[in-house]
Structures are given as C-alpha cells and as structure tokens.
Design a protein around this ligand. Structure first.
Ligand SMILES: Nc1nc2c(c(=O)[nH]1)N[C@H]1C(S)=C(S)[C@@H](COP(=O)(O)O)O[C@H]1N2
Ligand SMILES: [Mo]
Length: 323
C-alpha cells in the first residue's frame, strides 16, 4: 500500500474536533462540551505560546486506519490537549513549548536506520516503511512519570512484525532507539536539559510484545511534530518517557542500552519504568494520577492497566529493585 501520506479528504472536511465529537456521539456520550469546561477549570497551563488551533487542522488525515486490538473505551483526551500539553525536551521543557516550536522540526526527508544484531540491517525511508504495514488505531492510556495521564487514539503498527522482518540474531537481547539530532531544528538540543540525542531502550521481548507499537499519527491524522513525528514508539504499560519520539535509529544489541532519563537521574528513573503505583518516585507518590481534563485524581493501575497482557514478561523479577 503506497501513497499513505496522501490525505484521504481535504483537511477542511474532517476536523479532529469533528472526529472527536462524532466518536463521542457514537459511544453515546453527550458530554463533549462539559469536557472542555472541565479542562478550563482543571487549571491546565495557560497556552499563550501554543499555535492557533487552525494550524493543527491542516494536518492531513491518514487513510485506512483500522481499529486495532487492546483499545480502551475510556473517554479520549481532546486533540487540543494531546497536541498542546507535551513533553518533548528537544522542543523546550515547558508543556507548551513543543507545540510552539514544532514547526522547526523537519520530518521529510526522513529515514530510520535498523542495525546491530540483525541479519538484515537497512536504512528505510519513512514512506517506504509506512507502505509495509497496515495502520491500526490503538486507543491507549499514556501515564506520564509526572503523575498525569491521557487517553490517546494512536495510529500505527505493531513493532513485532517489523522486528521479525529484520531477523534478529541470537545475540540480540535489547533494542536501542535514538531520536533525531538536529540542534538547528530543535532548540532544546542547544541546551543541557538532557544529554542529546535522546535515547531509549526495551528488552527484545518487550519490543516484540503485541502492545508495543510504532505510531505515525493520532486521531486519524498524521503525527503532529510535537507528539514525535514522523514516527515514535508507544509502550503503554511503561511511563511516558519510554515512548521515544522522532526516531531515526533502531539498534539491536546484546547489553542493556543507556536510556536518557536513567542517565540523567539513575536513582529516579530505572531502565524498566513499568507503571507501578506501589513504587513511589523518590520525590512524589505514583499511587494516583490526574487525567488531563479531570478534577479528581484516579488510582494508578499496575502496568497502567495492561497487567493481564504484560505481567508475565516480568515473572520472577523484583519490580521494586528493577524499577
Ligand atoms: N525524544 C523525546 N522523546 C520523548 C520525550 C522527550 O523529551 N524527547 N519525552 C517523553 C515523555 S516524558 C513523555 S510523557 C512522552 C509524552 O508524549 P506526548 O507529548 O505525545 O504526550 O514522550 C516521551 N518521549
Ligand atoms: Mo513523561
């Protein structure tokens, strides 16, 4: 399936809000207006520096995004919050910075290098890669380590089948991911906020798990730059920082790779970083979270609610020590 990036409809005909409202109607919800009132009351950061929403409406729709497995039926976080309340330190450390600086990031041409312990190392153009896999919608909870959460309808494809095409060798035990390094496009990379480029990693079995996806869009649209265009990882049972954005390299390695937040503060962020309400962050509790748009706090669920699917990956491990 080539031509995935050609909009199916002119973007004027199908707005994310329209999508959101229609889906709400479909689900029998009538509370969309109440939701935006709650958002204001919830004291979300002022978004003075965020672009006008009409900018976001220009994102092309992705054709042929079929519903995928594991979806939650919880209310989706509005498009506006998903695209204006972000963590993407390359584009600034305030939640509103990524949206304000998003236009600087060039997402074409874009290639992703696959290398290391695989039989078929290769550099794949993003549009070629997209043509290889049918897109699915995966509505996942995202639980940030800062104790807020969202529900995001990602569009993407599972990482597992791609890994199988690359044919990992018997020495491949971990997968290491790297974000684009381009300080002229990402002003945060001219600061010392983190060591650049941002890097993340998974154990090979975590990367192969059917919940793990590479996402290329959300709400049926091409990925907004601030959310990690053109391609980002989504690992829904782990804290949000494991879901590395704007990936240019995927390396298969024998030893546990370094990860950005573990390197920054090893006592606070471990390699695994599975969502665990029983293991507090040294500076705050992880027992509850604030769903963006809501006033009351929710209990945080073990593995972010995906325990049935993933707890078996960690059988026999002490998750207090291997946090
Ligand atoms: N390259 C890169 N990826 C990143 C980050 C980042 O700063 N740089 N932030 C992480 C954090 S802390 C979170 S919570 C999620 C946020 O994703 P979102 O902004 O799309 O909601 O992205 C993660 N991926
Ligand atoms: Mo985060």
């Amino acid at each position: 399936m080539p031509r995935l990036w050609r909009p199916e409809l002119p973007s004027s005909e199908i707005t994310p809000e329209g999508l959101y409202l229609r889906r709400r109607e479909f689900l029998g919800g009538g509370a969309a207006a109440a939701t935006s009132v709650a958002l204001t009351l919830a004291g979300c950061k002022p978004r003075a520096t965020a672009p006008d929403e009409s900018t976001l409406l220009t994102l092309p729709a992705l054709p042929e995004v079929k519903p995928g497995p594991f979806g939650t039926s919880e209310e989706r976080t509005p498009f506006k919050d998903i695209t204006t309340y972000n963590n993407f330190y390359e584009l600034g450390t305030d939640k509103s910075d990524p949206a304000a600086n998003a236009h600087r990031l060039k997402t074409r041409p874009w290639t992703v290098a696959f290398d290391g312990e695989i039989a078929k190392p290769q550099v794949i153009d993003i549009d070629t890669l997209l043509g290889r896999f049918p897109l699915e919608e995966r509505v996942y909870r995202l639980r940030c380590v800062e104790a807020w959460s969202m529900v995001i309808p990602w569009a993407g494809f599972p990482l597992g089948p791609l890994i199988k095409q690359l044919e990992p060798t018997s020495r491949a035990k971990y997968v290491a991911f790297t974000t684009k390094l381009a300080p002229d496009e990402m002003p945060g990379q001219k600061t010392g906020a983190l060591e650049w480029p941002y890097v993340e990693g998974l154990r090979l079995d975590e990367a192969l798990h059917p919940l793990t996806i590479l996402a290329v869009g959300l709400y049926g649209r091409v990925m907004p730059n601030q959310d990690g265009a053109p391609i980002r990882l989504v690992v829904p049972w782990k804290y949000g920082f494991k879901s590395i954005k704007s990936i240019v390299r995927v390396s298969f390695v024998e030893n546990q790779p370094p990860t950005s937040w573990n390197r920054q503060a090893p006592g606070e962020y471990g390699f695994y970083s599975n969502v665990n309400p029983e293991v507090d962050h040294p500076r705050w509790s992880q027992a509850t979270e604030r769903r963006i748009g809501e006033l009351r706090r929710r209990q945080t669920l073990a593995f972010n609610g995906y325990g049935k699917e993933v707890a078996g990956l960690y059988a026999g491990m002490d998750l207090r020590k291997q946090f």
